[in-house]
Design a protein around this ligand. Structure first.
Ligand code: ZN
Ligand code: ZN
Length: 149
């Protein structure tokens, strides 16, 4: 079930890449599959460590450059966190994130898109609003159960 969904999403991603003229290389294939297969919102470094055994000539910079290609093609979104490393998400559906302040884990949750926020922001600031990010933060289930209060 989950595998076939990932398979279908991978096929869609391949079509989209083809239509934008991006060449699919074995490394890109591996990075995209890895991202579609995980729910962990990994950093470039985590992706590199997961795949370096299969691609000895790959570097973190290569991973990052390939991620940029996917971002420009609209297949992956980058979640930036100030000066700490970005995390990457291949789930382009509308969803929000909860982040654990202790272990850094990011978990997806669904909530109806906050259209009002965008409309009010646009009318108060005069911005042409293209989107927004909303994150809740706190302690994940595991951390909440191990940390003494
Ligand atoms: Zn945690
Ligand atoms: Zn996500």
């Amino acid at each position: 079930m989950v595998v076939s969904t990932v398979g279908a999403r991978f096929e869609q991603a391949l079509d989209k890449l083809k239509s934008t003229g991006v060449r699919m290389t074995p490394q890109r294939h591996a990075i995209l599959s890895y991202l579609l297969d995980t729910i962990s919102h990994p950093t470039a470094d985590e992706i590199y460590r997961a795949l370096e055994g299969r691609f000895p000539s790959m570097s973190v910079a290569t991973v990052y450059n390939n991620l940029k290609v996917f971002i420009e093609s609209g297949l992956v979104r980058e979640l930036t966190y100030g000066d700490s490393s970005s995390r990457f998400d291949a789930d382009m559906s509308e969803h929000y994130h909860a982040q654990c302040e202790n272990c850094g884990k990011i978990v997806d949750f669904n909530y109806p898109k906050l259209h009002d926020v965008e409309h009010i922001a646009a009318s108060e600031t005069g911005f042409v609003v293209r989107g927004h990010r909303l994150e809740v933060y706190g302690l994940c289930r595991e951390c909440a159960s191990t940390i003494k209060h």
